[in-house]
Write a protein that binds this ligand. Sequence first.
Ligand code: FMN
Length: 336
Amino acid sequence: MAGEPDRPELTAAVSSAGGLGSAGVAYLQPESLREHIRIIRGLTDRPFAVNLFAPAPSDASPEKIARARELLGPLRSRFGVTDEAPILTMPDFEAQLAVVIEEKPAVLSFTFGNLTGQQVARLKNAGIVVVGTATTVPEAEALEASGVDAIVAQGAEAGAHRGTFLKSFSQSLIGLMALVPAMVDRVRVPVIAAGGIMDGRGIAAALMLGATGVQLGTAFLVSSESGADRSWKNEILALTSDRTQVSRVYSGRPARGIRNLMMETLETHIEELPGFPAMNSLTRAIRSAAAKSGDTGAQSLWAGQGAVLARAMPAGDLLRALADETGRRLDEGYRG
Ligand SMILES: Cc1cc2nc3c(=O)[nH]c(=O)nc-3n(C[C@H](O)[C@H](O)[C@H](O)COP(=O)(O)O)c2cc1C
């Protein structure tokens, strides 16, 4: 969970409890990434994953950036943000990969695109298991053709950014119930189900659909070790029904989060806004000022459609509860 929620303590807690903790380090410069991996190693001797964003095309014309600055003006004033937001680019992906290959975490997972066959081969030759993310069957087939070891099937329910990279985002919002069996039938590598899974019921269901494993984000977002702001966690824990929406107002790339004032205001201008990561840079100072003042109206409140089922507890306890619940569900079988 790249950004604020990511903490070495969270990755380590999940791995130490028997899961595969995943470090969301896409925004880290290569040397910080190396240090981050070493910190996790100091906290757990169990395997963990490192997650990066595959390079993706970006639409950030000067006109769109200027228009976004204009539209964000009132929010900047409201939160007292005075400095001109610099347009940041993502860290150099090849340099990030080089660090990963040197540091050799057990797993490298990625989203937002595909790697070349050669990049995948370099990782695998270093003994690293490579996992890609797909939101459609053709994306899964493209990842398999690059040689990945496993594929995350990201359903439309999933919290935060969409991993879509072949067709339009709106054509790639497939519910997990339909996506997993379709993908399992078309690729030979293991499929890991992600999206809306919050407890043992969801895990058992995903396994029944043919998934080999599951990946949970939102469920761990509210855990004690997650760095998500308290106001963001509280907003999730207070949900009584789904209030999430996929929108690209916060970062320039479609992502699912709880609807709030900033999302509603900027959605009406969506065609005028630049893409990722330019928009992410433009909203960054506003988002952190809003978080500092506990105001949830202008934070990117990423959450999946299952958020209403979130339970606040230490990540290790949650992992053990999930394992117990899944075991019980599977033992009980179907009781119609
Ligand atoms: C706050 C947050 C940040 C996320 N960041 C990443 C990321 O950096 N890389 C990635 O591959 N997936 C990321 N995801 C998506 C998860 O990998 C996964 O697809 C999703 O959480 C599954 O749906 P769920 O949130 O309903 O469990 C993120 C999810 C959340 C909630």
